[in-house]
Design a binder for this molecule. Structure first.
Ligand code: GAR
Length: 188
């Protein structure tokens, strides 16, 4: 059995997807051992709904250190599923190769500090890019700079809006995130 700790900051639909894939066998022999949020959010409720241990650690300068103290010993993989705090270098180095993140764009484009959620979608739309997508990558201390595990793209339509873009990206995320989790779990 492999154990996954999931970090969330928002509505947690990607967390839900991972829980569902574990429950339906698409992510086999795995369990979420803990969900951690850095603010009050629906992600915590999703964990609660599935009887998964969950905890809120207030965001701030001691976040990574406090998180490091409560990651369960048996954790094989730490998954950032719409998580907005920046993990410090010590934490990233400690868990190197064991932390993955989903990003709503085709990295290395549209990544870095401040690039999350709708900020990314707005930047993509404003840029006139012809395509967008989602990326799952390893987390290192360089924001959105770790090795790419999976990426999938689609063509941006002429009538694309913030909402339609976000919806298409979420759809892609629900495909590539479980696939990436399986790939990494088979390595660690
Ligand atoms: C996802 O689109 C994810 O890619 C993005 O937050 C959303 C969370 O949605 N993450 C980032 O922007 C990180 N830089 P969810 O809460 O419904 O899973």
């Amino acid at each position: 059995m492999k154990y996954i700790t999931v970090l969330v900051s928002g509505s947690g639909t990607n967390l839900q997807r991972i829980i569902d894939c574990i429950e339906n066998g698409d992510i086999p022999n795995a369990a979420v051992n803990l969900v951690v949020a850095d603010r009050e959010c629906f992600g915590l409720q999703r964990a609660e709904n599935h009887g998964i241990k969950n905890i809120l650690i207030k965001r701030g300068k001691d976040f990574s250190e406090n998180l490091g103290k409560i990651i369960p010993e048996n954790t094989d993989l730490i998954v950032l599923a719409g998580f907005l705090s920046i993990l410090n270098k010590d934490f990233c180095d400690n868990f190197r190769g064991k932390i993955i993140n989903i990003h709503p764009a085709l990295l290395p484009k549209f990544g870095g500090k401040g690039m999350w959620g709708h900020h990314v979608h707005n930047a993509v739309l404003a840029s006139g890019e012809k395509e967008s997508g989602a990326t799952v990558h390893f987390v290192t201390s360089g924001i959105d700079e770790g090795e790419i595990i999976l990426q999938k793209s689609f063509e941006i339509s002429e009538t694309e809006t913030l909402e339609s873009l976000s919806e298409k990206i979420h759809k892609i995320e629900y495909e590539i995130f479980p696939e990436a989790v399986n790939l990494v779990l088979n390595r660690v």
